[in-house]
Design a protein around this ligand. Sequence first.
Ligand SMILES: *[C@@H]1O[C@H](CO)[C@@H](O)[C@H](O)[C@H]1NC(C)=O
Ligand SMILES: *[C@@H]1O[C@H](CO)[C@@H](O)[C@H](O)[C@H]1NC(C)=O
Ligand SMILES: *[C@@H]1O[C@H](CO)[C@@H](O)[C@H](O)[C@H]1NC(C)=O
Ligand SMILES: [Zn+2]
Length: 384
Amino acid sequence: MLRNAFLTALFIHGLVVNAASSSSSSEEDDGSSEHENEEHKKAHSHHWGYTDQLSWGSVFNDCNGQSQSPIDINTNTAIYDAQLPSIKLAGYDLTDNTALTLLNNGHTLQLSLPGSMRVVSGFDRIYHAAQLHFHWGSVEEPGSEHTIDNVHFPAEIHVVHYNSKYANLSEAATKEDGLAVLGAFIGIGLHENENYEKILSALTDVSLEETKTEIPGFNVRHLLPNSLERFYRYTGSLTTPPCFQTVNWTMFNDTITVSRKQLAALEDTLKMEQNQLLSKNFRAPQLLHGRRVVSSFSASPEPQGPKIIPLTEAGPGTRVRASTGAGLAGLSRGDILAIAFGALFAVTLLAFSTYAYQQRKKYSKFKKDSRQNVIYKPATKEEA
Ligand SMILES: *[C@@H]1O[C@H](CO)[C@@H](O)[C@H](O)[C@H]1NC(C)=O
Ligand SMILES: *[C@@H]1O[C@H](CO)[C@@H](O)[C@H](O)[C@H]1NC(C)=O
Ligand SMILES: *[C@@H]1O[C@H](CO)[C@@H](O)[C@H](O)[C@H]1NC(C)=O
Ligand SMILES: [Zn+2]
């Protein structure tokens, strides 16, 4: 029976190894299918895709620029800037008689927003909202665009605003002070996010490329993290062609969570050209080229051990909730797989040692009783 347990453990182990290696080889396929993409690109030269992001610059010059987005945010080198004005939003609480257009544009899921939604504090001018959209990965791969200390989150939301001194988004997009994007990381939580459901429940209506639907207005503020106080700021670009370097970026430190099921719906419903799944629509982090990332908060290390919390500070519950959220969200699928491996290996090792110990005990017992010596067979023979 013990031997059976051991063999079963080995078998499961083998299955997991196979699954893992086949999933990593399918990632390599992305590279080898470049040939196909090349041909496709020739046929539709204005088209671009995420599998050929290294060649965006050959058609869209700005994509080769020195102030590109996204970037990796290194929390140790971000510089605290006490002067950064805090962000205040207005007009985000839309009533349900405002119809919002939800569009699958073949690159992302995009919700158009009325210009009455605006950022009224945080920048030198008021910025009007134009649209919001998402970036995500796949079941195997987290797909935020920005990374925190080189770690991806499962997904990311971008709320795009344009400077009120320009007539509209397209006019502002080419101006140095044209755009302000508010971005936030989306992780996995235990509960369904009702606010995200207002968009995600309409996913199946826009599953085909270039299809749209209308959804009733709601409080768009609730798609952003609870706290907007802690954020990173840097100067960057659109993360899609034409990659204009006109974005004043804000990435919030507080994160959002959706349920695993909701994330899976986002990753698994939309189609792009040739009816392929629209997933992994994130650009790789770009070089900083000397740019600085500033933060609106000083990153004090997490409290170690007991600490007296001043009455004026937020209660300990808030801190625990926030850090648990980030911890869960920050756990990549790779980490989870690694933990699973570790556990399986431990089980295998335990089963094997127990089995070996049992055999040795049997062996020494047999050795003592010389009459039974003849029936002893080494276990390895039976297993071969
Ligand atoms: C971005 O916004 C900050 C805060 O208002 C401002 O100091 C900075 O000049 C802006 N950068 C650009 C490129 O507009
Ligand atoms: C944006 O504004 C410019 C300048 O006023 C105008 O020419 C253009 O048609 C507008 N574009 C859209 C999409 O409204
Ligand atoms: C938030 O800030 C803390 C402190 O620097 C950092 O450890 C954490 O990784 C940050 N998380 C995000 C999502 O920015
Ligand atoms: Zn984006």
